[in-house]
Design a protein around this ligand. Structure first.
Ligand SMILES: [Fe+2]
Length: 456
């Protein structure tokens, strides 16, 4: 308790020595530090000399030279936080009211005073003083902490911003390096694909052509570029499993001359291809596409007999592109076998069509014939769209009038008179002679409205 009081300095100002002594004695007993002055001037000098703040100033009003109210007004300028008491007699009430109104004093005490009451009044004033001081300290601390927090926040914000920029920069570098790596990998694979074709020259450029078709299919289907790249790689390398095969075996396969044993060996190439790629971690998906490029939609393909959508989409793209390239660019024997299948039962003379046109027709025929069995019908349709985008001309069926018919055209649908009499079978190529006969028959009957033909 005493310790706490000692923090407080009380200044008494009175021109009467006896009063000063009596007040000093009273308050010292209660543990306060006491200063005394016998007049306003002396008191102001004393206040100015203090290192520690004075908490309470109690001044007599009636003093020569400077009265109490005037002194306290000046003291307020030097020591604004001190609680100021005016000690006065009843006769000076006017001066007190005036001083209170001007805010120069906080309280007044009347003479003669009661010791206990005076102590109580000062103690209450000091409690008030302590509260204000404590509040000021807290305010200062809060302001300081707020400032520190603000500075900390700003520093953090700046650091986060700098770090984010760094991360963005690093990501850009990484992205660039990844692209470089991807490109490097793709170029290595292209070179590898070319190497495979050098070892096995029977299908030169086959991998490259299959990959370009499979990529077009994948893009038309709307696959993301990452998957398109996997399909591209798998298509380039789809027959890499044949790399250890004897040239004779490849030649026999291309010419459809394999024995059953040879065919079994040849059929191991998708699995072989996948195992070659298994050494490169990032090519797992590519390995799967290679494994399944000889699967069939009806489950009769190899190596796993997958059906329909069990077969990876990319593998279905590669399968159809592979066969198309073998029909169009394969060995003469291969081409002939597909052409024969197409032309059999059709009365089409080869001389009216280029080999390429016939091969395109043969491919179209093959894929349509084998939709739902070897090939996914949706992929066949998509593939035809890709070929059309490429500008491949399929000889299209047209509906024409009798007058338009001429030699070389092929009737695609059987001709009947309106009464239902059969005249010509489908797939008949028109000749001069046939046209003359047709003319005579149709003069005697009514002429059909339309004829369906394919023309060059
Ligand atoms: Fe293959």
């Amino acid at each position: 308790m005493d310790k706490e009081k000692n923090r407080h300095i009380i200044l008494f100002v009175d021109d009467e020595e006896a009063i000063l002594k009596s007040l000093a004695r009273l308050f010292r007993r209660h543990g306060y530090t006491i200063l005394t002055a016998s007049g306003g001037e002396e008191a102001l000098t004393l206040i100015g000399e203090q290192e520690k703040k004075i908490s309470v100033i109690i001044s007599d009003q009636k003093m020569p030279k400077m009265n109490g109210a005037a002194f306290l007004e000046k003291a307020k300028q030097i020591c604004p936080d001190a609680i100021r008491f005016l000690l006065t007699g009843y006769s000076e009430m006017g001066a007190i009211v005036d001083a209170v109104n001007r805010g120069e004093i906080h309280r007044y005490l009347t003479k003669p005073w009661n010791d206990d009451e005076l102590i109580m009044q000062v103690k209450t004033a000091l409690d008030h003083y302590d509260l204000i001081e404590e509040n000021k300290k807290l305010m200062l601390l809060t302001r300081k902490q707020n400032k520190q927090l603000f500075e900390f926040g700003r520093t953090m914000e700046k650091k986060i911003e700098e770090r984010s920029l760094e991360i963005v920069e690093q990501n850009k570098k990484l992205e660039f390096l990844n692209k470089e790596l991807e490109l490097g990998l793709l170029n290595t694979i292209r070179a590898f694909g070319a190497l495979t074709e050098m070892v096995n020259p029977y299908m030169k450029g086959h991998g490259k052509r299959v990959s370009s078709l499979a990529v077009e299919l994948a893009r038309k289907y709307g696959l993301p570029e990452e998957e398109v790249t996997q399909i591209e790689i798998a298509a380039i390398l789809h027959d890499i499993g044949t790399i250890g095969f004897a040239n004779e075996l490849i030649e026999k396969y291309n010419d459809n001359r394999c024995s059953k044993e040879e065919m079994d060996l040849y059929r191991s190439h998708p699995v072989e291809g996948q195992s070659i790629l298994s050494f490169i971690n990032r090519l797992d998906e590519v390995g799967l596409l290679i494994r399944h490029h000889h699967e069939q939609y009806d489950g009769k393909g190899y190596p796993d007999g997958l059906i329909e959508t069990e077969i990876p989409l990319g593998a279905r793209f590669i399968a159809i592109s592979d066969v198309y390239d073998r029909i169009i660019k394969g060995s003469n024997k291969k081409k002939t076998s597909y052409l024969e299948k197409y032309l059999s039962g059709r009365n089409i003379s080869r001389e009216h069509f280029s080999e390429d046109e016939l091969l395109q027709q043969a491919a179209l025929f093959h894929f349509k014939q084998n939709s739902f069995t070897k090939y996914d019908p949706d992929i066949v349709k998509l593939f035809m769209d890709v070929l059309k985008d490429r500008g491949v001309n399929f000889a299209q069926e047209k509906q024409v009038a009798f007058e338009v018919l001429e030699p070389g055209m092929v009737i695609t649908r059987a001709i009947y008179t309106p009464k239902g009499r059969f005249i010509l079978p489908q797939n008949t190529e028109l000749t001069e002679d046939l046209l003359k006969k047709l003319n005579i028959i149709l003069e005697n009957n009514e002429i059909p409205d339309a004829f369906f033909i394919i023309a060059k």
